[in-house]
Design a protein around this ligand. Sequence first.
Ligand code: NAD
Length: 542
Amino acid sequence: MSNSFLKSPLPINEPVKSYGPNTPERAAVTAAYDAFFSKKIHIPMKIGGEEVSSTEANTMHPPHDHKHSMGTYSLASEAHVEQAIAAAIEARKTWALIPFAARAAVFLKAADLIAGPYRAIINAATMMAQSKTVHQAEIDASCEFIDFLRFNVRFAEEIYQDQPTSSGGVWNHVHYRPLEGFIYAVSPFNFTAIAGNLSAAPALMGNTIVWKPSDHQMFSAKIIMDVFEEAGLPKGVINMINGDPEMVTNTVLKSPDFAGIHFTGSTHVFKNIWHKIGSNIHRYKTYPRIVGETGGKDYIAVHNSANAEEVATAVVRGAFEYQGQKCSAASRIYLPKSTSKAILDKVAADVKTITLGSPRELKNFMTAVINKGSFDRLASAIDQAKKDSDVEILLGGTYDNSKGYFIDPTVLVTTNPTYDTMERELFGPIVTIYVYEDDQWEETLKLVDSTSEYALTGAVMAKDRLVIEKARLALENSAGNFYINDKPSGAVVGQQPFGGARASGTNDKAGSRQNLLRWVSPQLVKETLNPPTDYRYPYMDA
Ligand code: NAD
């Protein structure tokens, strides 16, 4: 038993490695990639610390080389989901009671494992199975994941230290209890770090988890479980269930012990889950916490005082990094007529130098989109643009799925500010430009605010400070993360806590104290040190 108040190590953002020629990290990551590529693996479920395989399995293929098989992963039945729930409830009995420092040590060690021996492995898995370039894998699977794990320990410590004042004869304290029941974590394909954090954040606060990863992130999901196990996570604290998302979700949401969901993914899936939770509300022992970060239609609003080269770079990086498959990717751009030509000329010059291909070829800036469904959706948006009279394809507009799901970086220019691709989240390397008359800036800001249902990220680019301040006010509700003179993506844990409002989510800011507060249920304890012995008050004396 420890009577000490422990202080966690000061978190510092994990430095991003360069992977330049002849660096040790480049040699390590390419060797790990080649080793994965030359073998097939099977990924079982993980229930109560045991590997569980089923008779049903899906195959896995790299999106940039879809005929190549990486192996298989087991699919859950309803009984497996029920076993995972039971394992989480059993594990909670001890995990919720051990000191915070013991839980924190597991996740701090996990961070160190990723920073060290697992770095090349988790990056290579993310490159191969989610088609990220080495830089995109490094900033996600290594740096962001490490930052989530380390910073969350510090944020949790601050929460536990936050205690009420006490007056004479009274001692008040707050116990930040984990939620009563288990947490359901549902993660998207596009960030290995998010997949890990959706379970790790509530687990750090003493909760136990049933985790359903995306079918398109299974390979790095397995590495995440390996890291947690090696870091000493007790059996049953995080249980990984793979399989049919509807069946898994319906089974989880039937449980009276369901205490909360930590979701990241698309808006329609989240709304559907929220609806099901509402329908099941009479089953639950406690009101479930619902935390979800969802889609975006992220904008850059450019004033005519902005620097053309800076704008062009923000557009190219913001729209095309990771093939536009970031929830924060810039996908609708508003350009003033007077500088639009200079900006678009620079965008065109840059886009022409972009190469697409396998992430194993480190020269590539872009690789494939995640799967056939995504490829078909993007190809169909391009085909529709070829037919529509109010839009033209300025750059790209070509695609090829013979080897991998490749969509060339595509720039559309529309005369219709509510054209389909100005409103709909496409989640791919297609950006749409609307050119406005310079004297219509204020009207354009109203358009930016009202065009889409989302409010995730947005950027304003301008030199004039009054313009920036007025734009910030006009766009106050249009983005949970607002950028000035930058692309609207690339949030760093501890610096830019991330989340959006409106249809983009509950804005509980991943990688912040605010998020961790959703995973505790405070109990206030008032202790009277010298209890009264007479019910009468002095004012009652004659
Ligand atoms: P998705 O909604 O298809 O899948 C997300 C998760 O939900 C997966 O685990 C999936 O299996 C599960 N799922 C799918 N259908 C389901 C159903 N009917 N019932 C229950 N679960 C179901 O999303 P995706 O394609 O993996 O990820 C892309 C989406 O995620 C985009 O909309 C993107 O904007 C969003 N996203 C948002 C953030 C953010 O922080 N706001 C971050 C990353 C991704």
